[in-house]
Design a protein around this ligand. Structure first.
Ligand SMILES: [Zn+2]
Ligand SMILES: [Zn+2]
Length: 255
């Protein structure tokens, strides 16, 4: 299995995962044009995409869906509660509706949707599995819930939101209600929360951690990396740490 991140931050998210003959996009929160260019950098075209897995309906996750689905008529996988929102936005797509906790087979992938804690309609994380390798995909969640642990136990790679640094969030000049929303249990994970989750989920075969959805205003790649690396150092853990960025491709990584 391999993963590349086309873009990730509060301004737009899109990831591509591949196993065997199956290539999936996870979220399409950047323009269809940028997705096409990003795929070309990965040696792919839109015609190679077998499906799009949506985490939730916020625009930084679905902003490119209408144009993209019009171009490709690709199958879209999402929570069944998103039906009305997405069908009106992208009527040309073919939809498969998912239930958290129920695995689906998509080509060479087994895909497990899992519930996350975010102020959206039934938001999902995912565990992608192929050839005995598993990738956990957790973004846009205000907290780590108990149900995530069994689903993510033993993953070889983890794509994990590390959205904000509390000090930078406080100093950001944002309205207090927005700060409360971000910090709240239906908001986003701080660097410290992401680090704490890594501490709890780390095991000897965890090889890659991709920190994602960094806020451009309330975080820096250096702050996120230092916080999570400190946890890995404490654990004497050698997992490779990667930072997904908004404007730079994170190229193919073999999981
Ligand atoms: Zn988001
Ligand atoms: Zn969101």
């Amino acid at each position: 299995m391999k993963i590349a991140v086309l873009a990730s931050s509060s301004r737009g998210n899109a990831t591509v995962v591949n196993a065997g003959k199956t290539t999936l996009l996870v979220d399409v929160g950047i323009s269809a044009r940028r997705i096409k260019l990003g795929l070309e950098s990965c040696g792919l075209g839109l015609e190679d995409i077998c499906g799009i897995c949506i985490t939730h309906e916020h625009s930084d996750h679905i902003g490119g869906l209408a144009v993209l689905s019009g171009k490709t008529r690709v199958r879209v996988y999402c929570s069944r509660y998103l039906r009305d929102d997405l069908v009106s936005l992208a009527p040309d797509a073919n939809y498969t509706f998912l239930e958290p906790g129920t695995k689906v087979r998509i080509g060479d992938f087994s895909v497990l949707p899992i519930s996350v804690s975010h102020d959206a309609v039934d938001p999902l994380g995912y565990v992608f599995e192929a050839d005995g390798v598993r990738l956990g995909y957790i973004t846009d969640t205000g907290c780590i819930t108990r149900t995530m642990f069994p689903a993510l136990q033993g993953v070889q790679a983890l794509y994990l939101e590390s959205n904000y640094d509390p000090e930078l969030l406080c100093k950001s000049g944002r309205p207090p209600e927005l700060i409360s929303r971000i910090e709240g249990q239906w908001g986003h994970l701080s660097n410290e929360q992401a680090g704490e989750f890594v501490r709890q989920i780390a095991h000897s075969d965890l090889r890659h951690i991709i920190l994602a959805h960094l806020s451009p205003e309330c975080n820096t790649p250096a702050r996120a990396a230092v916080t999570i690396q400190a946890v890995l150092d404490e654990l004497h853990h050698s997992a490779e740490l990667h930072i997904a960025r908004q404007t730079e491709l994170l190229p193919w990584m073999q999981v």
